[in-house]
Design a protein around this ligand. Structure first.
Ligand code: EPZ
Length: 422
């Protein structure tokens, strides 16, 4: 397994390009299953999760070619000859469950393995099942697989989600595009990735209103046609790299970023004393004078503070002036980066879903372990301002969500290199 070595350095400067959104691409790719005609995605990120989704779609019979060094995914699903999403693929990546809605809608049946738990939580699918059953699907759990069928096709329905689940909203939205009649989804997730999915589905001929609000209305159509769609900018990669100059000092421009993607996050940066300015080409972030101030954070569904930036924000709070309280309200076990940061000298107390961080002047480099995607990048960020050398192991987690991280941060002046496993 590769590892990444980081040595603490001074202020950063330069520009960093932000890629297309992993979490948008992972729901846009299964949308190809809804149509016999080709769907092409541009601005796709080059990540191992995208390769896993490609593997899954190909196992179902779709043709997926990644062009232009992976930045374009050209897919065609005219010949789906397998409707089983195998455990071996689904357990690697929970987002594999997003083939369930499209396969049900197009083929009338699907067998999808339950993803099983992951490092950050149990990750159940009860809300996905609730919504798809409301559309007329019959779903049964057998030997770890969801066996779903809708022999007479899906029918529009009024559905309310007890929690604004991103994945459940995506599965229900995709399925409803081909259901007979009208579907209204209440308490829908409002993330930019939902808006991007609705934009792509509409380009394919779907009739959708209200994406980005908590009430989405879909008029079912008989079939969807092909389209070409540009994947929206990755707001989590954006927020992650905005924290690099916040932690190290200096000034960095994140190309392709916009305030609307990271509104609540920017409010917290402002409170901490970090300057954020919109430019013609992105967001310029600067920390000019002294230590950042400690701020309190509570993670919420969009437009609240994103859970996917909680670990990275904790890295910033480790050297802030004062005490910060971070509340994780979305996942039940998303503080695994805390013990690793404590190995670097951070002062953190975790009680259930709350972490209290007392800022120290400076962290000290140490060997640390990446445990999940966002935890791993928070360790890189912390290491960039630490004294001495940090070795981050198991960086395969990192490669799931960040393309060429050592190159992108190295270009800003960070001392960071990847050591390939011998
Ligand atoms: C998406 O996961 C993202 N993944 C996650 O990003 C992100 O953290 C999450 O949304 C929240 O924003 C992708 O888009 C591929 P949820 P998802 O359904 O859809 C519970 C990353 O780092 N829940 O909104 O799985 C669930 O257990 C990843 O890029 C149910 O109880 O998130 C969790 O506690 C990590 N029943 C909460 O809701 C269900 O049926 C949020 O889950 C579904 C979810």
């Amino acid at each position: 397994m590769d590892s990444i070595i980081v040595r603490g350095n001074g202020p950063l400067s330069g520009q960093i390009p932000i890629a297309g959104a992993k979490n948008a691409c992972l729901t846009l790719m299964p949308a190809t299953l809804l149509s016999e005609e080709p769907l092409t995605l541009t601005n796709a990120p080059r990540l191992s999760d995208i390769k896993t989704m490609t593997e899954l779609l190909s196992s179902l019979g779709a043709e997926v070619s990644d062009l232009q060094d992976g930045k374009v995914q050209a897919m065609s699903s005219h010949n789906i000859d397998n409707h089983i999403a195998d455990y071996d693929i689904v357990r690697k990546m929970r987002a594999s469950n997003l083939v369930l809605g499209p396969m049900l809608a197009r083929l009338g049946h699907a067998v999808v393995s339950l993803p099983g738990g992951c490092a950050i939580g149990a990750r159940p699918m009860d809300l996905h099942i609730h919504g798809l059953e409301a559309l007329g699907a019959e779903i049964e759990l057998k030997e770890g697989y969801l066996h779903a069928k809708a022999p007479g096709g899906l029918k529009g329905a009024e559905i309310t989600l007890s929690f604004a689940s991103v994945g459940a909203t995506e599965n229900i939205l995709m399925a409803a595009t081909l259901a007979k009649g009208t579907t209204v989804l209440h308490n829908a997730a409002r993330e930019p990735e939902i808006v991007d999915l609705a934009k792509c589905l509409s380009a394919m001929g779907a009739q959708i209103e209200g994406a980005g609000t908590s009430r989405i209305e879909i008029q079912g159509v008989d079939r969807l046609h092909g389209a070409t769609h540009q994947v929206v900018t990755d707001r989590i990669e954006l927020g992650t790299y905005m924290l690099a100059p916040a932690i190290c000092g200096g000034e960095v421009e994140c190309l392709g970023g916009s305030i609307e993607l990271v509104g609540a996050f920017c409010e917290k940066l402002d409170e901490a004393g970090i300057q954020v300015e919109e430019t013609k080409t992105g967001l310029k972030v600067a920390r000019k004078n002294g230590r950042v101030k400690a701020v309190n954070v509570t993670t919420e569904p969009f437009p609240g503070f994103p859970t996917d930036l909680q670990a990275q924000m904790m890295a910033l709070m480790c050297t802030a002036e004062g005490t910060s309280v971070l509340e994780e309200k979305i996942f039940e076990n998303r503080f695994m980066h805390a013990p690793e940061l404590m190995r670097m000298g951070a002062e953190i107390e975790v009680h259930g879903g709350t972490a209290t961080v007392t800022g120290v002047e400076r962290l000290k480099g140490a060997p640390v372990m990446a445990t999940d995607l966002r935890a791993s990048v928070s360790l890189i960020l912390a290491a960039m301002a630490a004294e001495g050398e940090t070795v981050v192991n198991r960086v395969y987690h990192l490669d799931r969500g960040y393309e060429r991280v050592e190159e992108k941060l190295g270009n800003l002046g960070a001392h960071i290199e990847r050591v390939k496993e011998t």
